[in-house]
Design a binder for this molecule. Sequence first.
Ligand SMILES: [Zn+2]
Ligand SMILES: [Zn+2]
Length: 240
Amino acid sequence: MEPIKILAARALDVLWPRRCFGCHCRLQGDGPYLYFCRRCVGDLDFPFAPTCSRCGQLRGGRSDCPCRNCARNHFSFRSCRSLFEHSGLGRRIVHEIKYRQGRFLLPDLGRLCRIFFPQMGDGIFVPVPIHWRRRWQRGFNQSDWICQALAREYGCPVRRLLWRRCHRRPQVGLGRADRQRNVEGAFALIPNLFLKKIAKDVPIYLVDDVLTTGATLNECAKVLARAGFSNVHARTLARG
Ligand SMILES: [Zn+2]
Ligand SMILES: [Zn+2]
């Protein structure tokens, strides 16, 4: 960091002390994260060593794909990984971003993501879109925010290749089959000449906030696969 920025950051720390989002302890100037202490980062439930190389499920599968989950769902993405479990602090983080516009947490999450998934610097980031009505109600698309934070961290571009054409009820509270039905045909590729300039085998990282059954991400991946993109991966902050 430039000396002037370090000075400014120190002055701000004195005038307006930063506190850890997890435990509210006071944070000192040169920790690795802006809004998390080391202990809280350590307390996040990171899904280490996923069993299945495609869907990343820990339970009920063999060591390689297809696991039972993949056999049942026919995922169109090549891999699916999440940064942490959707529980405890992980759930609070997602809630803060989605319902309280907690954008301040995103640089730290980008940094964490790069530690756990260092190989994502070779592709493009595509946010899972929301319908314009929901965007209008909420004022933002949290997946877009996460995408931008990741793009800054990895130095890769964000490309909004998809749009949501149907406004349907939220996935929350629906079972697996209903979730699938609810998103069927909901997404489409943007009509853009620019698409032709993207190599079909470039790694595409579809980004969303929470993975539950994978129905939404899979529907997006299907649209990209139909357009010829062969290297699509799903990434979320949390896994429910
Ligand atoms: Zn803490
Ligand atoms: Zn699997």
